[in-house]
Every structure is written in structure tokens, then in C-alpha cells.
Design a protein around this ligand. Structure first.
Ligand code: PLP
Length: 374
């Protein structure tokens, strides 16, 4: 049996009529860039995120660096991030000319460790970007307190956890800006690249709107900016899909529950953790082999049995070849938890459109490997 890692086409078929309708509506309208479909989606997204503003941009990476620019972060500034994130979080900092400071993650949630964060702050630190990794919202309450105490800007990289929430707080509630990626493999995915910034700050809203469109808020009037817009076709796709995101998250959570119950007796692997009160959206369902030296064995076993398991992220930023490529970057404190995770992680297939048969097969094969390796 083959079990894929994504269900993109299945998802398209489930909502095909609505998506096709919106796509044809855009095509017939003649408005493909900065048109009414983009405005409609931005309104929907702001309402959904419960923020005052939402701005569609070209992709999730642009969403981060445009937010940093809007908050005045640049050369000479330090921005703290967890070392275990998708590479783009660091890239966004380098794009604005700032220094990426890499710190450790919490051993359970895999999100930035607030103690490591606070210990890494210097006079030059201007911002922190917690990442809601794998779908688990970071400890924003603690992080926001630290940011306030040290007068730091706070940008949530929420490429992976849309529809999640923390314990007693909403995403985007405690930060200056929250960034989202809509690339197809994310939980709310369009048919290509896309991203957004959501915020309650009128300054961030205005600045990102200006920067994404050649520095222009008014026709023919320009201050320096860039070109990073979410196009109307993608906005049309997302306008449909956003109405399903809660249902799709609930499905992801039910598959995660099935995996966790099915694998509860495995002693050679650790299962994902969900802190009390947190809505984990299982962008990824990541297990760790207790013995890191056996990770590749589990990965190869599953792949050999037709299961498209992957790793996220087995090569953290600071261990990429040639790091830091002449860019400004620094590790502060130990990265023990990041390194342990990198060497032991395996992501199992996780998407809303999984079937019971597929999930049962994944469980059966992981259990088989566990038995052989006890
Ligand atoms: C996907 C991702 C991004 C980048 O989003 P793109 O749309 O691919 O530019 C940034 N941060 C994290 C944590 C991501 O997973």
C-alpha cells in the first residue's frame, strides 16, 4: 500500500465546484492583481484571525521580512529565533540586513524556549520571532511578557499553525504582527505561492500595504518599496478554503489522536506533545526515535513499505553547509534540544483527507518497526 504525505488533489476535488466558480469569476472579471477578490479575502482573513487588518503578500517569507521592515528592524539589529525552524525565518532577517540570533527550543513543544530567549537578549536585540512549529502555538504569554520587559518587537511566524490557539490567548493577539504562508503544503494552501500579514497595528498595516506595492498607497505616488502581492486567483482559492479550515483542522486532530492512541505502546519512539489548553493543528505529526542513531532506520523502513515519511528539520540552520555564508548570525546558548530533535525526528503522513485504511497501515508499520527495535 502507498500512503502519500499530502492530499492536495483530494482536497481540491472535495471543494472543486466552489473553487472553480471563484477562479472563473476572477478570470471573467479581468481584475487579476490588487482586485476585488483580494480585498474580499483580506476582509475574510482579518475577520477569521480576529485582527483589525490583513494584508495579502507574495509568500510567507515576504510576510516576515515586510513585517520586520514595517517595524523598523534593519542593519545593526538582532532578531532572536529558534534554530529549529524552516530556513525562511532566518532568511527574512538577513533580507532586512539584521542579525539572526539562534536559540534553543523547548524539549516538549519544540517551540522557542522562553528562558533561552531571555538569556540571549542584548542591547542590540530589537525583535523576536517565535515560530508555531509543527502546528503547536508557542508560549506567547511568557514571550510577550519578556518582549515587553525588554522593549522588543514581536512577530509570530505562523506559517504552520493557522487555526491553532494557545492556552488562554489567541494567535496574533499578543504580537505586533503575525505572518502566514499559503504555499500549498501549509494547512491553508493556495495553488502556488501566497502569504499574508495580520495585525492590530495601523502602522504595520499601512507600511506593509505600501511596501508590497512599490511603495505606493496612492496611484502614481511612490516612496521606495517592493513588489509582493497576493494575486486575485490565489485569493479566490483561499476565500473558499478559509471556510473549511476549522473542519480540516478537526480532521487533522482526529488523525493525530488515532496515531497517538495506536502508537501508545511503542517504547522506541516518542509521540508529539500538546501543552494543556493548546489547540495543536498538526501541520506535521512528528515522532522522535528514543535512540537518535535509529532515526534513519525508521525513516527507511516506512519508505520501504510505501509510506512517504519525511523529516522536519533534520539539518537545522546552523548546521547547513557553509553557515552563515557571510551573513550576520550567532548561536546563543546550547542548542541541545534542537540538535536532539533534528537527529531523531520523523514526520508521518498527516493531512485532513487521509483515510482510515491509510492511517491504520501507518500505525501497523510503525508498530512493526518498534517491535523489531525494542
Ligand atoms: C513555509 C514556511 C515559511 C515560508 O513560507 P513561504 O510561503 O514558503 O515563503 C516561513 N516560516 C516557516 C516556519 C515555514 O514553515
Amino acid at each position: 500500500m502507498q500512503v502519500g504525505f499530502y492530499g492536495h488533489v483530494r482536497q481540491y476535488h472535495n471543494v472543486k465546484d466552489e473553487i472553480d466558480k471563484n477562479i472563473f469569476q476572477v478570470l471573467e472579471s479581468g481584475s487579476y492583481v490588487m482586485g476585488p477578490m483580494l480585498s474580499k479575502f483580506e476582509e475574510k482573513l482579518a475577520k477569521y484571525a480576529d485582527t483589525k487588518y490583513a494584508i495579502g503578500v507574495g509568500n510567507g517569507t515576504d510576510a516576515i521580512w515586510l513585517s520586520l521592515l514595517a517595524l523598523g528592524i534593519g542593519k545593526g539589529d538582532e532578531v532572536i529565533i529558534p534554530a529549529n525552524t524552516f530556513f525562511a525565518t532566518a532568511e527574512a532577517i538577513w533580507i532586512v540586513g539584521a542579525k539572526a540570533v539562534l536559540v534553543d527550543c523547548d524539549p516538549k513543544t519544540k517551540c522557542i524556549d522562553p528562558n533561552a530567549l531571555e538569556a540571549a537578549i542584548t542591547d542590540k536585540t530589537k525583535a523576536v520571532i517565535p515560530v508555531h512549529l509543527y502546528g503547536h502555538t508557542a508560549d506567547m504569554k511568557t514571550i510577550a511578557e519578556i518582549a515587553k520587559r525588554h522593549d522588543l518587537k514581536l512577530v509570530e511566524d505562523n506559517a504552520q499553525s493557522i487555526d491553532g490557539h494557545g492556552n488562554g490567548f489567541r494567535q496574533a493577539e499578543l504580537s505586533d504582527a503575525m505572518t502566514i504562508s499559503f504555499i500549498i503544503q501549509k494547512n491553508l494552501g493556495c495553488f502556488g505561492d501566497g502569504g499574508a500579514v495580520v495585525t492590530n497595528s495601523p502602522t504595520v498595516d499601512k507600511e506593509v500595504r505600501r511596501l508590497r506595492n512599490h511603495g505606493s498607497l496612492k496611484r502614481n505616488v511612490h516612496t521606495f518599496g517592493f513588489n509582493s502581492r497576493l494575486d486575485d486567483l490565489q485569493a479566490g482559492v483561499l476565500s473558499v478554503k478559509i471556510d473549511y479550515i476549522t473542519k480540516w483542522t478537526d480532521l487533522r486532530r482526529s488523525w493525530a489522536k488515532k496515531y497517538s492512541e495506536g502508537l501508545a505502546d511503542c517504547t522506541t519512539i516518542e509521540l508529539p506533545y500538546e501543552a494543556t489548553g493548546v489547540r495543536h493543528v498538526y501541520h506535521l505529526y512528528v515522532v522522535e526515535t528514543v535512540d537518535a542513531s535509529k532515526r534513519d532506520s525508521l525513516l527507511n523502513y516506512l519508505q520501504g513499505e510505501g509510506i512517504d515519511a519525511k523529516t522536519h528539520y533534520s539539518i537545522p540552520i546552523h548546521t547547513q553547509d557553509g553557515y552563515p555564508w557571510g551573513k550576520d548570525a550567532e548561536i546563543r546558548g546550547s542548542l541541545n534540544n534542537v540538535e536532539k530533535n533534528a537527529s531523531s525526528c520523523v514526520s508521518l503522513p498527516m493531512f485532513p483527507e487521509l483515510t482510515d485504511k491509510e492511517a491504520d497501515y501507518v500505525i501497523e508499520k510503525v508498530k512493526e518497526w518498534d517491535l523489531k527495535n525494542k
